[in-house]
Design a protein around this ligand. Structure first.
Ligand SMILES: [Fe+2]
Length: 294
């Protein structure tokens, strides 16, 4: 074999091994734990489970089982930042998967993949400036999913607010519908001034700065988002190359500061079925323990 052929063969083997590894990593679910000093002085710690971007299909038994066992954590509150679906028949699977978690107080917003089914996209488009155009798959039965969540007590924060108590902590929450599809109407959500003893949380699917920074400017304590998949294909030692929105890549996942607010971005639990790979960015759920800021 010539030197050129050996090099070509080596490149093919390396590429195949890389794709095989990335397909394996996409199933290496992990629970990330983070402490957030977001409560007022004297408040009891509050444990919040952040779920995002399940992108569930009926065949993904392993992911469903992993998510179901998270109920054993017994969190005080669940925040679901959307993109639950990845198949027209996935609603019953999502509701069954989340069944034990739906007994726990929760809030949710929708992502674009709750509204439209997966469709193949050229990966190169994620590296180019966002033209604003969206390639949408077939409409999904998102109303059935929404009604399933609401019937169990989870609060719909799509362009809505809510004021409720979890244990002894009063929470003022506000959310938007998906900014990636331009469905966010944050200005229409009633404004609530910061108040001592009240935790203010903002919830949105895609962390576009027009939403995140508006919430931060309004005095929210903690903002939850998903959508980025943490970059999905990351460079070891460097991190995310894209966020699929205008959030800086340095904030593609994890806990960050925006103005006076905390921003938590989940790297999410899934991928589109058309690109079932992750690299240096394993799928995750996050358990946030909120404690007094002092
Ligand atoms: Fe997603």
């Amino acid at each position: 074999m010539s030197r050129a052929r050996r090099l070509l063969a080596a490149a093919v083997v390396a590429k195949t091994a890389g794709i095989a590894y990335a397909a394996w990593e996409a199933h290496q679910y992990r629970l990330r734990r983070v402490t957030v000093p977001a409560l007022d002085e004297g408040a009891e710690p509050l444990r919040v489970l952040h779920l995002s971007d399940l992108h569930l299909t009926p065949r993904q038994k392993g992911k469903a089982a992993w998510v179901r066992q998270l109920a054993a954590l017994e969190p005080d509150l669940i925040v679901n930042t959307g993109d639950n679906l990845a198949h027209p028949d996935a609603v019953p699977v999502v509701l069954k998967t989340l069944d034990p978690l739906l007994d726990i107080p929760g809030v949710f917003v929708m992502g674009s993949n709750d509204y439209y089914g997966p469709v193949w996209k050229n990966p190169a488009r994620y590296l180019l400036p966002d033209s604003g155009g969206r390639i949408l798959g077939e409409p999904l039965p998102w109303k059935v999913l929404r009604d399933g969540f609401v019937s169990r007590g989870w609060i719909d924060l799509n362009n809505h607010d809510a004021d409720f108590k979890v244990r002894q902590q009063r929470i003022a929450a506000a959310g938007t519908d998906d900014p990636h599809l331009g469905l966010d109407r944050y200005a229409d959500v009633p404004y609530r001034a910061p108040e001592h003893g009240v935790l203010r949380i903002g919830v949105t699917h895609a962390p576009y700065l027009r939403v995140v920074d508006a919430m931060a400017g309004d005095g929210f304590d903690l903002i939850f988002a998903g959508h980025t998949h943490g970059g999905q294909l990351c460079l070891p030692g460097f991190g995310a190359l894209v966020t699929n929105c205008d959030l800086p890549t340095s904030q593609a996942s994890g806990l960050h500061v925006r103005g006076d607010a905390w921003l938590h971005v989940s790297a999410g639990l899934g991928t589109s079925p058309t690109a079932p790979i992750r690299f240096a960015c394993p799928p995750e759920a996050t358990l946030l323990t909120l404690v007094p800021a002092d």
